[in-house]
Design a binder for this molecule. Structure first.
Ligand code: DC
Length: 244
């Protein structure tokens, strides 16, 4: 029988700070970190490399089924980086999946229900792969609504569009990318629109998610708030158990 895991979900739009917050929360709690955006990005990358069309939902889903995606997530050894290493069929694709082209392709292919259904299984399996840890921090767009609807700790991070684009712009410039802020903002608006308006699992908070507006918050404040809420949730659940 599968061991019961405690799941923390962190969802939100691009640039809301969810990836870095999820990384720090996972490190603090010694949890498995599940970066589900990276999974969608892997499918987009391999599709482009193999010449599978962005419009062919069936072929994309077939391809997703056969990909062997794995993470190397020793959080203590990651230093300043906020994401782990990602491998497809044993090949390290960690940098390749972070380009603007892959961001845009991942957003397009994630609209197909066939692709989402395939990746739903993969995400749940991936969460159970690292057998020795009982806590999972899963970040993405539909962790609290679809992939782990019974998770006891759900967070949805938001921030205004300009602040999110500024964060992304800085990140890309630091990596040596030659983009303009206006282009980053434009791409982000397009992605937000697609993520929010798609039929299958649109980006939206779960009813029981705690909404955190990070526009004016520093990262440590966001992380501390999440950790505090998890601790409060645990206390409440324990009280509930002893009362019964
Ligand atoms: O979080 P990210 O920017 O790495 O995600 C890349 C794309 O993947 C994003 O535009 C939407 C999609 N995605 C999704 O649809 N569902 C998830 N759980 C995670 C990502």
């Amino acid at each position: 029988m599968k061991e019961l895991k405690e799941i923390v979900t962190i969802d939100g739009p691009a640039g809301s700070g969810k990836s870095t917050a999820a990384f720090l929360v996972a490190r603090e709690l010694d949890a498995v970190l599940l970066d589900t955006g990276a999974i969608y990005r892997c499918v987009a990358l391999v599709a482009a490399e193999r010449g599978v069309s962005n419009e062919d939902a069936h072929a994309l889903a077939e391809m997703a089924r056969t990909l062997e995606i794995s993470f190397q997530n020793d959080l203590s050894e990651l230093g300043g980086r906020s994401t782990g290493r990602v491998f497809v069929d044993g090949i390290d694709v960690s940098e390749k999946i972070r380009t603007p082209r892959v961001s845009s392709d991942a957003s397009k292919i994630s609209a197909y229900p066939e692709v989402r259904a395939e990746l739903l299984q993969l995400q749940r399996k991936q969460a159970w792969k690292e057998g020795d840890k009982s806590l999972i921090v899963a970040e993405g767009r539909d962790m609290g609504t679809v992939v782990f609807p019974d998770a006891p700790h759900k967070f949805f991070l938001v921030a205004d569009a300009e602040t999110r684009a500024e964060r992304r712009y800085k990140e890309l410039v630091e990596k040596g990318s030659d983009v303009s802020y206006a282009q980053v903002l434009e791409d982000q608006k397009e992605r937000d629109r697609r993520d929010e308006q798609r039929q299958a699992s649109p980006l939206r908070p779960a009813e029981d998610a705690c909404i955190v507006d990070t526009t004016k918050m520093g990262l440590s404040e966001v992380v501390e708030g999440i950790l505090k809420q998890i601790s409060n949730n645990r206390k409440k659940r324990n009280v509930g158990r002893t009362k019964r």
